[in-house]
Design a protein around this ligand. Structure first.
Ligand SMILES: [Zn+2]
Length: 386
């Protein structure tokens, strides 16, 4: 067994104990105090090994972001071009979820809210670097871990700083869970956006004065008939009116209605065209008005040559050193890797834990994959850090 993997495997119980502590410190995106508690726990567990610095969220974002810079063997003055690992402290699970979904160890898996997405990924990265330190494997570049507070809520409060940290990076490793139980890495992700469509009509009594009314609900229904077909599965474009609202009473012609529409695009060029189509929506009934707001909040992470080269490096290290076959995949979901890849920085995503059920009650990761995956991170960091 590769010595890095062996070192980590020998500390499996310790690693799981840290992961348990992380999962049991619940951190929903919308609870800044809880997210901050988790960030402080994370920083405290790395005391003496990494220097921690907290950054407030921008744009009214919630919770603090955390940057950790590791003290690793190698020259004191490091070469330019650091390695940036990106993770998030927040989860989609509300406080108290642990009562129904406690951390547990069963069937060769670890279970609990956020265990896979992505507290497992954070713990793997920590143990990867602990192994490099303990085995005195030197690095010539700085290694940073950037843990945002709001990834599950769109990253609005952390995006600018994520981009600033990525700008000078040699490579970005995103500690999101991999795809499927085979643990495929992610070299492409769709861009993600939300459009809000607000329709204003004219209220009237549905019996006495029907003709004087202009129904916002009828208008909204017709608009949905126009925008839903913007979906083009062959091009990887989906348009999902996921939430609608409107009206007040059955006997009133509705004065207001609205829809929230999730959009996903595989290619940046399609995003611009889709945006123009949303902005060009016009009312069927001239007495109604439309207000269209929102747009793409994560650009697509397109499969680039530099991203693919990073994947190939990971694949050959996995094969040579760990006897592991790695595959790549593309994802319909977004991550902070979308931002860094769109800047042209080589980005490899989905290099965190292996499991299934993220954002679902069966969220779990495979215990047997912990040491091999942490070793993969360690060896990749070592390769890139030369
Ligand atoms: Zn995640």
């Amino acid at each position: 067994m590769n010595p890095v993997q062996a070192w980590i495997e020998a500390r499996r119980e310790e690693l799981i104990a840290l992961l348990r502590e992380f999962v049991e410190c619940e951190s929903p995106s919308d609870d800044a105090a809880a997210v901050n508690r988790f960030q402080e726990l994370l920083a405290s567990r790395l005391g003496g090994f990494a220097r921690a610095r907290f950054y407030p969220s921008a744009l009214g974002g919630r919770g603090r972001n955390l940057r950790l810079e590791f003290d690793l063997p190698g020259p004191r003055r490091k070469r330019p071009g650091h390695i940036l690992a990106v993770g998030h402290a927040d989860t989609v699970w509300r406080l108290g979820t642990l009562h129904e979904m406690p951390f547990r160890r069963a069937e060769g898996r670890l279970w609990g809210p956020g265990v896979l997405d992505m507290k497992g990924g954070l713990v793997l990265f920590i143990y990867a670097l602990k192994a490099l330190q303990a085995l005195e494997l030197p690095l010539e570049r700085k290694i940073c871990l950037w843990v945002v507070s709001d990834e599950e809520a769109g990253s609005t409060g952390s995006r600018a700083r994520t981009e600033a940290l990525a700008r000078a990076a040699r490579a970005v490793l995103v500690l999101e869970p991999s795809t499927g139980l085979e643990g495929k890495l992610k070299t492409a992700r769709k861009g993600v956006g939300i459009y809000h469509l607000a329709v204003s009509g004219r209220a009237a009594h549905a019996g006495v004065d029907f003709a004087a009314g202009a129904s916002a609900i009828v208008e909204l229904a017709r608009q949905i008939g126009v925008l839903a077909p913007f979906t083009d599965l062959k091009k990887g474009i989906t348009v999902n009116p996921g939430v609608i609202s409107g009206g007040s009473r059955t006997n009133v012609v509705a004065a207001a209605a609205g829809a929230e529409v999730d959009v996903r695009v595989a290619r940046r060029s399609d995003a611009a065209r889709l945006d123009r189509r949303f902005r060009a929506l016009a009312p069927f009934d001239a007495r109604c008005t439309l207000e269209i707001t929102g747009g793409l909040n994560r650009p697509p992470m397109e499969r680039t040559a530099r991203g693919a080269a990073l994947f190939r490096a990971a694949r050959s290290i996995a094969r040579r050193e760990l006897g592991m076959e790695l595959e790549e995949s593309s994802s319909g979901g977004g991550s902070d890797g979308n931002f860094t890849a769109a800047m042209g920085v080589p980005t490899l995503d989905g290099i965190g834990a292996v499991g299934e059920g993220l954002h679902a009650p069966h969220e779990s990761l495979l215990e047997a994959c912990l040491a091999p995956r942490a070793a993969l991170l360690a060896l990749l960091v070592r390769h890139l850090g030369q």
